[in-house]
Design a protein around this ligand. Structure first.
Ligand code: GDP
Length: 457
């Protein structure tokens, strides 16, 4: 496979820090000619003589022209990010200087890296597997603590370790079954069917836990949509403002959101919450909501992952009970929250609404409890036991195929299928497992995956 990739032998260069003015700018060079190319611009000492994993300060010069005073970090392959010889040049972060240094490196024989090419090389050199490589992009894109945590876990191999382990065990079974085929005249069984059955059950459990984690993974990556609904004057906009004052998230762009439906994003304990239709709350379009019950706000609730239904503690108990029934019937995660406990009615409300969450949107009473409940709603039922969460649609799709092939193997075992047919089903399963971790991929797919990276990674 490696032989077919064009430009594989080139030495590549890219700016690894964001463009624009900064304290430092980092330029990364990787490939077989790295030491020659950078060394040619660094007259202070012969970099080729220096040991790996060392730093050197000196002037970077192209001919007589001094480009910058820099620090170069040397990493000799295979102990580098890409597995090749790598030098990172820390320059002063002036766009002009960085541009000049890049130009000089290009003149000296390097080529501009394509998006994700450093990580692609790391993958092709066996430094990372495919799930880890993809997680690198997620780690960089992570904008909250929770999304960074899942991405880091995947990048460090949490996810693929389990799958690789499963794959290895299946491979040994498949080898034993294939061996049986060689002795087909003699009617022997090398592969213990009971053990295989056990392995398949275990694998099915793991696969369904991973599949279930996808929803959570997705919400962690893209934000959890929340609809605050309730009758007019329940205090929705007051609650919104109270929440926003403390937790407004600074996010530039979140996948899958459109500006007109979602206006505000909260960051609570590292989980992003997107508030649906906050413009509607602010402009009191809530008069379209029927006097009692959930009414028109059902529509808004349909788009939401979690519904916060706010009622006024002065409301009649029967009405609130009816709302609860409607919410339960809807089958969507919800929090029913009584507001205005700071009022005279509020004092009595505790007795009237035992067990309900009662807050004051105005003075902030129990807002922290509300926030905790929101986070709990997201995290409950989360992922496989060790916190592995599937966030990637490609993995999700492959896991679905793995699940199908596992049940085919199980069926085959139940029906005492002959070894050659069983071996075929196992081969399918191995194929999909390999697709996730990258043992089996096509060049097209690799190019597609890595093209989503930023340049310099
Ligand atoms: P919305 O129609 O649901 O958005 O309700 P608003 O947020 O506009 O609030 C309606 C009225 O209730 C306003 O006069 C608010 O000041 C008041 N209000 C909101 N929350 C509270 C609260 O926690 N305590 C008290 N006493 N008044 C509140």
């Amino acid at each position: 496979m490696l032989g077919k990739l064009t430009g594989w032998d080139d030495t590549i260069v890219a700016l690894a820090t964001p463009p624009g003015i900064g304290a430092i700018g980092l330029i990364r060079v990787s490939g077989p000619k790295t030491f020659g190319i950078v060394g040619g611009l660094f007259p202070a000492k012969d970099l080729r003589e220096q040991p790996s994993h060392t730093l050197h300060v000196g002037l970077l010069k192209e001919g007589e022209e001094t480009l910058d005073e820099v620090v170069v970090s040397l990493f000799r392959g295979p102990r580098s990010y890409t597995g090749e010889d790598v030098i990172e040049i820390s320059c002063h972060g002036s766009p002009y200087i960085l541009e000049r240094v890049m130009q000089a490196l290009l003149h000296a024989g390097a080529r501009l890296a394509r998006a994700g090419e450093f990580t692609q090389r790391a993958f092709l050199n066996g430094r990372l597997d495919l799930t880890q490589a993809e997680a690198v992009a997620d780690v960089i894109a992570a904008n909250t603590a929770a999304s960074a945590r899942t991405a880091l876990h995947t990048m460090r191999g949490g996810f693929s370790r389990e799958l690789r382990d499963l794959r290895e065990r299946l491979i040994s079974f498949s080898a034993l079954i294939e061996l049986e085929l060689d002795f087909s005249q003699e009617d022997v069984e090398f592969a213990d069917r009971k053990q295989l059955y056990h392995l398949i059950s275990e694998a099915e459990q793991m696969t369904s836990a991973l599949l279930a984690s996808f929803r959570l993974g997705n919400v962690i990556r893209n934000g959890v949509s929340v609809a605050i609904v309730g009758k007019p004057n329940a205090g929705k906009s007051t609650l919104l403002n109270t929440l926003l004052n403390e937790n407004r998230a600074i996010v530039s762009e979140i996948a899958g959101t459109t500006r007109d439906t979602i206006e505000e994003v909260l960051n609570i304990d590292g989980v992003l919450f997107r508030l649906i239709d906050t413009a509607g709350i602010r402009h009191h379009t809530s008069d379209v909501i029927e006097q009692i019950g959930v009414g028109r706000s059902l529509e808004k609730m349909d788009q939401a992952d979690i519904v916060v239904y706010l009622f006024d503690v002065a409301d009649p108990i029967a009405g609130v009970a009816a709302v609860r029934e409607e919410l339960v019937a809807k089958g969507k995660p919800f929090l029913l929250v009584g507001n205005k406990v700071d009022t005279a009615e509020g004092a009595a409300a505790r007795g009237r609404f035992p067990g309900e969450l009662l807050i004051s949107a105005r003075d902030g009473h129990s807002i922290d409890v509300l926030k905790q409940r929101l986070v709990d709603q997201v995290l409950q039922g989360a992922g496989a036991g060790d916190g592995t969460i599937v966030t990637n649609a490609r993995h999700y799709h492959a896991l679905q195929l793995i699940q199908l092939s596992l049940s085919a193997i199980r069926k085959g075992l139940d029906e005492l299928l002959p070894g050659d047919l069983l071996a075929l089903d196992i081969r399918h399963c191995l194929h999909y497992l390999g697709e996730i971790t990258g043992e089996i991929t096509t060049e097209d797919r690799l190019d597609y995956i890595f093209s989503k990276f930023c340049i310099g990674k």
